[in-house]
Design a protein around this ligand. Sequence first.
Ligand SMILES: [Zn+2]
Length: 236
Amino acid sequence: MTTSPAEILATATAPAVKVCRECGATFTCEFAYAAQFVHVCGTCSDRHAADDQRRAIENSEQRRRSAWASVCPFTYAETDAKRLPLPHKLSEVMAWQYGPRGLLLHGPTGSGKSRCAWLLMRREYLAFRWVRVLGCDAGIEYAAKFGESTVAAARWIEKACDANLLLLDDTFKARLTDSFESALFTIIAKRGEAGLPIIVTSNDDPDSLAARMTQDRSAPLIRRLREMTRPIAFTK
Ligand SMILES: [Zn+2]
């Protein structure tokens, strides 16, 4: 007896009942012709999708952790929280939540300000934020960019303005040239307007910092810094 094409079609497009090979539940496969390729029920299939997604996130976090090594200087990569000079300051720093108002960590050299700041940057970096760091040599870096071209210098400023989080690590320590002081002022002002936070480490408190800057720029800059950061004194 032969089967007509219409009969074949009717069989192929009819629903088929299958048993899930993972949980043993019975489920209906909408079309019989597809049933040979379907081995798990909807619930098990959804679980697989969730597992795949979780693994993808874990992999990208793993990559992020490895990539941090290229962002963070070696000196700060291996900070043992228990061996910090003022360990209780670390919890104060880490209590910071991402938002427009950053932190000003000030105190003498060797009090662990930079180490705490870098641990905070690491946490935010692992949370997939775009972080930028200007160190004590930022003035030289900026001058070099300026030597390249004004476009390169402008781009350098732009990146510092736009990053989700900017660390100014001892940036005010070196003698500031007029051009670099003006670049810093632009960066801080623009970030303030955009509600983007800065983390500052400095041996100076705002008052001693003001004394080292150009008269006409120091007052507005210090006012911005005070508005945009909460001070944490690294003193016992
Ligand atoms: Zn199942």
